[in-house]
Design a protein around this ligand. Structure first.
Ligand code: F6R
Length: 626
């Protein structure tokens, strides 16, 4: 847009505000909403808010509730319109957006029930059209939306306006994109349970709001956010239509902003500082862009891509190439715990002490094996003392069918001697009847969740043992945020950090491996990392911490670009097969796209393309500094 001048903004076609973390962004937005409500109230006018569901607005709603409870902000004259609702779900369904809004916001503030509006997912098909038209009319009658809150789906949708939605579309029934349904699969305990249709405000309806704020958190939104903000306005990414709205903004945390040009390619917007890290990023980016190994890059290619200043510092491409090539090559090591008695000045890990005490923290069972199965095997084989700690039980991923199978086996076994096994019989029957009573979508009672966690534990133990870890060195923490919560609605408590901290204090490890640092903060991985971070900070200054190195491994939500990798553990074809057979121990649930090792192969291909060694597959790690 012409009024904006800074080079970053030349790329960003939606004004974008960057925040360190989601809660800061949520607090800033909540303050804006408070000011809006107070200003309109002073003018004798109600405030009309457009609201979204999903995990993104949850910290914002928590902040509104806090403003209401602690600062007395009233919502008595606020009118709300939600973006969307799944079609076919009763309002009482645990995943209906109606229920979500009640639980996350409405039940905790003083909104008038008559002022709350959501599309109704239960209207018969032949009445949907009229219902949608009435929804549009109700927004109009309320005077239009003053401020619309938006999240963004990985398909680029706002509301449920999936790719193909036109700029002028209005409230309507539409089919959900397969990726959207996949993202909702965990909430619905399986992809097959996710509704196929939803009623959503249209893009045109949304754009009529006077002000809009689109929020996004975590690295898994980074790619689509960059397309929406910097790409062309297109029906393929409905959020891109915000570009032509006169008062739309994006509020992002670090993870969600990481693919924006100003962050990813800062030299293109004149912001490069040419630190060693930035230099490496730029050179590797250029090599991949030009499809050339690093050592073959030429002076003119640097000049043509805004890197003349960098070139000047090094004199010529030859010296620059060599330096970055060596640094990339030095990330590769077959010794994740350090190579004993070897010069370690340019190795990712220290040689001493040897052996090391290693703690692998897995937010959910399977994160460890997917992210670093081969590295775990290598650490054990090389003589380190490897402990794995599962921070949550992972039971929310286990289907009822699995629990039924286990309960039936127990029942049939116990019925062989029904006098001796009375309690077992009553337990198994109890589980089966709990499953029946709650139905496919009811909240699972604690006992059922516990059984599912045990199933997942068994799988985690099998997988870890197959990688050589001793059974006595496998721990299960069952952090309360998970045992007492559900997807998208987890809440950390001090006990989560305390429990994590006590494992750290007991083991005093030399190396910690964890994941989730830039994940969506509401995800299990994001929550678990936050618990770890506060446990780590609480012990700040302890002597053992100064000698402890923290490595981040990849979660299924996160990708590392080659310049971010500080340790690359290469795998032979046999080592990859061993890892994949450990992954397959998780029979109750596996993300299908992670079964074939493609991500590890892809990293190896990238290293190959850069001109470093060619391997079958690579596991990648970054160092974390608090
Ligand atoms: C929800 C909505 C959707 C979500 C989007 C992101 O009312 O309209 O557009 O905002 O799917 O979902 P989360 O926040 O769960 O990542």
């Amino acid at each position: 847009m012409s009024a904006r001048t800074s080079p970053a903004e030349a790329f960003e076609k939606i004004p974008t505000v960057l925040f360190g973390h989601a809660p800061e962004a949520a607090a800033a937005l909540a303050r804006e909403v408070r000011d809006l409500i107070l200003a309109r109230r002073a003018a004798g006018r109600p405030t009309v808010l457009g609201l979204a569901t999903g995990s993104t607005p949850v910290p914002f709603y928590r902040e509104l509730i806090r403003l209401h409870k602690e600062e007395g902000l009233s919502f008595h004259d606020v009118i709300t319109f939600n973006l969307d609702e799944y079609y076919g779900l009763e309002r009482t369904h645990r995943e209906s957006y109606f229920r979500f809004m009640q639980e996350q916001l409405f039940a905790h503030i003083d909104l008038q029930p008559d002022n709350i509006h959501l599309p109704d997912g239960t209207v018969p098909l032949d009445e949907v059209f009229a219902h949608c038209a009435a929804y549009e009319a109700a927004i109009e009658a309320a005077g239009g939306v003053d401020l619309q809150i938006l999240g963004i789906g990985r398909t680029g949708h706002i509301g449920f306006n999936e790719p193909g939605s036109s700029r002028d579309s209005l409230t309507r029934l539409l089919p959900l994109d397969p990726l959207t349904r996949l993202d909702a699969a965990a909430d619905f305990l399986g992809g097959e349970n996710v509704p196929r249709f939803a009623i959503t405000m249209g893009v045109g309806t949304i754009l009529r709001a006077r002000k809009l704020v689109m929020m996004a958190w975590g690295g898994n939104k980074a790619g689509i956010i960059a397309k929406a903000i910097e790409g062309p306005e297109t029906e393929a990414v409905s959020a891109s239509f915000l570009q032509s709205h006169p008062d739309a903004r994006a509020f992002l945390d670090k993870g969600a902003s990481s693919a924006l040009t100003r962050i990813r390619l800062p030299w293109l917007v004149g912001r490069a500082e040419w630190t060693p890290a930035e230099t490496r990023r730029a050179v590797l980016w250029l090599a991949l862009k030009e499809k050339k190994p690093v050592l073959k890059l030429r002076d003119n290619e640097y000049n043509e891509h805004g890197m003349a200043e960098l070139l000047t510092r090094y004199g010529n491409a030859y010296h620059l190439n060599i330096e970055v090539f060596n640094r990339q090559q030095q990330t590769i090591t077959g010794w994740p715990g350090g190579k004993p008695n070897a010069d370690d000045t340019s190795r990712p890990e220290r040689a001493a002490p040897f052996p090391k005490t290693v703690l692998v923290l897995a937010p959910e069972p399977q994160d460890d094996v997917l992210g670093m199965g081969s590295t775990i095997e290598r650490l054990v084989t090389q003589g380190h003392d490897v402990h794995i700690c599962y921070m949550t039980g992972g039971d929310l991923r286990v289907t009822d069918a699995e629990a039924i199978r286990f309960a039936r086996v127990l029942l049939e076994t116990a019925e062989q001697d029904s006098d001796l096994w009375k309690e077992q019989i009553s337990y198994a029957r109890g589980i089966l009847s709990e499953i029946e009573t709650k139905g496919p979508f009811g909240d699972p009672p604690a006992r059922l969740r516990h059984l599912k966690a045990l199933i997942r534990r068994g799988e985690a133990r099998d997988a870890a043992i197959s990688l050589g870890v001793k059974p006595s060195q496998i721990r299960f923490l069952d952090l309360p945020f998970y045992t007492e919560g559900r997807y998208r609605q987890f809440r950390l408590s001090p006990q989560d950090a305390t429990a994590t901290g006590s494992v750290l204090a007991t083991l005093r490890p030399h190396q910690i491996y964890i994941t989730g640092a830039s994940a969506d903060p509401s995800s299990v991985q994001g929550m678990a990392f936050a618990a770890f971070r506060s446990a780590w900070d609480a012990r700040a200054g302890h002597n053992w911490q100064e000698h402890c190195r923290i490595w981040l491994y990849r979660s299924h939500q996160s990708e590392y670009e080659p310049h971010e990798i500080q340790m690359a553990i290469p795998m032979s074809p046999d080592q990859l097969s061993q890892k994949l057979s450990a992954v397959q121990k998780f029979q109750s649930h596996t993300l299908p796209d992670l079964l074939d090792g493609e991500r590890n192969r892809h990293t190896a291909r990238t290293y190959d393309a850069l001109g470093t060694a060619e391997y079958e597959a690579i596991e990648a790690f970054r160092r974390w500094k608090s």
